[in-house]
Ligand binder design. Structure first.
Ligand SMILES: *Cc1c(COP(=O)(O)O)cnc(C)c1O
Length: 420
């Protein structure tokens, strides 16, 4: 099921007023739904001591949403200094922030270590000796090489630029320990939109096996394992939901077995983005044109600059037309934006009821990797973001981009060189 029936039922009665007040296009996020998913996640893993979700900031880097997540005990997984700054600006610090970067510069590490620091998750064995100072805690990103992977977005680990190889991993921790690191974590990220819970249990088992091996060689006890993100959501109608409780049960059993064997256990960290906010956001847009040529087109008042997944991954996003959910007959249409780029389509050959100009289209599951992936190509401006609060109020949490924003980087002090 895409967008939850609860979200849909609460939003539908006031959607025309929201459109009237704020104007389309906008992404709108459901506070109640986000809260519920956070609670489900924390509850599922309650038997694992020290369980913590580090929300992948890149999925929805909005401080209002991040504040909701922080209130649920979440930390933040950041891949850049601006993302770390976002997290710090809402009051997170130190080990509440994980810096999972790659191809990182010393200046970036310096910034990540300032102001109470963050957990550095090193992408390569060479980076440990390049750090401006040696932190007490270090994590390495592990890339197992050959392993069954879920799907095409994540690709084959052997071809992936991420992580420390299996053969390097013991040496990496040895190096870190010899340089004075006192506490250790291990991380991996091998899934993307994965709907098979067993795959995630296997990931946890894989990391438990690796830390056992490292412990055997170096005597290091691990503070945590971080199994990454990549938990899936059902974008297409009829796809079953990810079985979170089965995953949690499987991993809890693995942790209990590890404890029995070894007398200690690490904490469990996760860094999902999509699973937390994906289903709890929609992109609302108005129909502005119809075109009948070799195909039938429905033109809307936003473009792939507000949601790139369909154009980039041919991803399916469910669409309904407000107030016409049960209308027949259906007709095959492409739902398109304004970009000079033929993959600027929210839907291709989709069965939808007939629309008129001014109809409101609701594009589902845009709460993660939606607005955040936006861009300005073709002079397109990114839309606003709204929060649909649990008291049914609505708040603007990011304004739409303006022409001034678009021209902002052309406003600078002249600087030239030469000719030499
Ligand atoms: C993108 C990413 C995530 C989040 O992925 P989701 O599919 O949104 O769960 C987590 N960790 C890392 C390192 C990532 O690159």
């Amino acid at each position: 099921m895409p967008m939850s029936p609860e979200f849909k039922n609460r939003l539908a009665p006031i959607l025309p007023q929201i459109v009237h007040k704020f104007g389309t296009p906008f992404h709108i996020y459901d506070e109640a739904g986000i809260n519920q998913t956070c609670d489900e996640l924390n509850l599922a893993f309650e038997k694992i001591q020290g369980f913590k979700e580090y929300f992948a900031v890149k999925a929805l880097p909005n401080p209002s949403i991040m504040t909701l997540l922080k209130d649920k005990g979440f930390g933040f997984d950041c891949s850049s200094i601006p993302e770390i700054t976002l997290s710090r600006n809402i009051g997170s610090q130190g080990e509440e922030i994980m810096f999972t970067s790659n191809n990182t510069s010393s200046q970036q590490f310096q910034k990540a270590l300032e102001q109470n620091g963050s957990i550095l998750n090193l992408d390569d064995i060479s980076l440990i000796s390049k750090l401006p100072e040696i932190p007490e805690l270090i994590c390495f990103r592990y890339n197992p090489g050959s392993r069954r992977t879920g799907n095409k977005i994540i690709g084959n680990p052997m071809e992936s630029k991420y992580g420390v190889t299996h053969d390097q991993i013991v040496t990496a921790y040895k190096k870190a320990r010899n340089l004075g690191v006192k506490r250790f974590g291990i991380h991996t990220m091998l899934a993307s939109n994965e709907l098979d819970y067993e795959y995630m249990v296997e990931t946890a088992d894989m990391l438990l096996t690796v830390i056992k091996q490292i412990h055997g060689t170096l005597g290091i006890q691990f503070d945590f394992i971080n199994i990454g993100g990549g938990l899936g959501i059902p974008y297409t109608p009829g796809t079953p939901k990810f079985n979170l409780s089965a995953m949690a049960l499987g991993i809890t059993r693995s942790f209990e077995a590890f404890k029995k064997q070894n007398g200690w256990t690490p904490k469990l960290y996760m860094e999902s983005g999509r699973f937390i906010t994906g289903p709890h956001g929609v992109l609302v847009t108005s129909v502005i044109n119809h075109k009948a040529t070799y195909r039938n087109y429905v033109g809307v008042d936003t473009s792939m600059s507000a949601l790139m997944r369909p154009g980039m991954y041919e991803a399916y996003h469910h669409i309904h037309i407000h107030g016409k959910e049960n209308l027949t007959p259906l007709k095959k249409v492409d739902v398109v934006g304004a970009l000079c780029e033929n993959n600027d389509k929210f839907a291709v050959q989709r069965d939808l009821p007939a629309t008129v100009e001014g109809d409101i289209l609701v594009i589902h599951d845009t709460g993660a990797h939606g607005h955040a992936m936006g861009f300005n190509y073709n002079g397109q401006l990114r839309p606003k973001e709204l929060l649909f609060k649990k008291d049914m109020g609505v708040e603007l949490i990011r304004r739409a981009e303006t022409m001034d924003d678009y021209f902002a980087t052309l406003n600078f002090n002249p600087k030239t060189m030469g000719p030499i």
